[in-house]
Design a binder for this molecule. Structure first.
Ligand SMILES: Nc1nc2c(ncn2[C@@H]2O[C@H](COP(=O)(O)OP(=O)(O)OP(=O)(O)O)[C@@H](O)[C@H]2O)c(=O)[nH]1
Ligand SMILES: [Mg+2]
Length: 207
């Protein structure tokens, strides 16, 4: 998509203040520090329109970026971060899950997993929520610049293995046990730009 017009129009935790324009929304989900805001910057072709930090827990509101008056890309706070107070974490998580599960304009979710590590328990919980809510989503393995070629196959195999115990919805056209579920996976790097075009293709297919 050619970006002619881009604005951060809403940073909120109060759902009653979320944008009420009937435009499609695509959200970026993942644990704290996995690279959600960095990926958004890459997708948007901007260095720091979404704020990035080495410290987990940087994004603490739901941030709506309006593109060409046509589509919202949505930066979400992370989950699974232990160091903030329970109360604060509770606040974000509740809003985050309510948004993911209930938001009418949400067309698709870019679900991020660190390509260097197995998905965390919280990742698997989030993915189960996406499946249960019948959300369209794509799995994106972040920080691909940090792993080698054969680690990629390993990452995919390991990841798909987790879906055995899952209620596999439409996204995983698994026919019988042992078959590889057809779960779309894209490797991305905010450093090199790898995967950006594929993520855009996926977004375009939904809107
Ligand atoms: N090498 C490398 N580093 C990355 C990549 N993506 C993100 N990072 C680094 O990872 C850290 C976290 O990035 P963020 O984009 O802020 O992560 P986030 O998921 O938005 O984190 P929260 O807002 O805290 O939930 C930063 O230090 C980034 O520079 C990547 O593709 N490659
Ligand atoms: Mg962030």
């Amino acid at each position: 998509m050619k970006i002619r017009d881009l604005n951060l129009v809403c940073t909120e935790l109060d759902p009653s203040r979320f944008p009420n324009r009937p435009l499609p929304e695509i959200a970026v989900s993942g644990r704290s520090n996995v690279g959600k805001s960095s990926l958004l910057n890459r997708l948007l072709g901007r260095k720091n329109i979404a704020r990035v930090s080495k410290e987990p827990g940087k994004t603490r509101t739901i941030n709506f970026f309006l593109l060409n008056e046509k589509l919202f890309l949505v930066d979400l706070p992370g989950y699974g971060y232990a160091k903030v107070s329970k109360e604060m974490r509770g606040g974000w998580q509740k809003v985050l899950f309510t948004y993911i599960e209930g938001r009418e304009n949400l067309r698709g979710v870019i679900q991020l997993v660190d390509s260097r590590h197995p998905p965390t328990k919280d990742d698997l919980k989030m993915i189960q929520r996406l499946v249960d809510a019948e959300r369209d989503f794509v799995t994106v393995f972040t920080k691909s610049d940090k792993i080698g070629r054969n680690e990629r196959d390993k990452a995919i195999g390991r990841y798909r293995g987790y879906f055995d115990g899952f209620t596999v919805g439409e996204f995983g056209k698994r026919t019988k046990s042992g078959d590889d579920p057809d779960i779309p996976v894209i490797f991305t790097s905010a450093k090199t730009g790898e995967g950006k075009d594929d993520v855009w293709k996926w977004i375009d297919s939904l809107i």
